[in-house]
Write a protein of this length. Structure first.
Length: 135
C-alpha cells in the first residue's frame, strides 16, 4: 500500500511537521479574534500551512477573509486549495531569516511554527515585521 506523500512519516520528519489538533486551533483562534479589531475582509496568512487545519478554521470563523497558505510541500496543495484563496509552495523564510515566499501584507498570521531561523530568532519576529508593514 502506497502512503500518500503528505502522510509519509519520513517526509514529515524531514520537514519537522508538528500538527495541531483542530479543536486547539479553533479555541486559539476564537480567543485571538476576541482581542483583535479586524476589518470585515481581513487578509489571513498561514506560513506553515501543512494540510490546512488553521485555514479551515479561519474559513469557518471569518468566511469573508482572504486566506493565503504558504507551505513548502507541494503534496499539500490539494488540501490547502479547499480553504485558501492563494497557495504558495515555498518556505516563508530561509535558514538565515531572509524572506523567500511572496507574501501579502497580512492583518493576521495564523500558524504553529515550532522553528526559528539559523540565528535562532523565533519566526514570530518575521511575522511582526511583516505585520508592521500594514501600519
Amino acid at each position: 500500500l502506497d502512503v500518500p506523500p503528505e502522510f509519509d512519516e519520513t517526509r514529515l520528519r524531514a520537514f519537522n511537521v508538528d500538527r495541531t489538533p483542530r479543536p486547539v486551533v479553533r479555541q486559539g483562534l476564537e480567543w485571538v479574534l476576541q482581542l483583535l479589531d479586524l476589518p470585515e475582509d481581513p487578509i489571513i496568512v498561514d506560513c506553515a500551512a501543512g494540510e490546512g487545519a488553521f485555514l479551515a478554521e479561519v474559513a469557518e470563523l471569518l468566511p469573508r477573509s482572504h486566506r493565503v497558505a504558504i507551505e513548502p510541500r507541494e503534496e499539500c496543495r490539494r488540501h490547502l486549495e479547499r480553504h485558501a484563496h492563494e497557495v504558495v509552495v515555498d518556505f516563508f523564510v530561509d535558514a538565515d531569516g531572509k524572506d523567500i515566499a511572496p507574501c501579502p501584507k497580512a492583518h493576521l498570521f495564523v500558524t504553529n511554527p515550532a522553528f526559528a531561523d539559523r540565528q535562532k530568532r523565533p519566526l514570530w519576529m518575521h511575522f511582526w515585521r511583516r505585520a508592521r508593514e500594514l501600519v
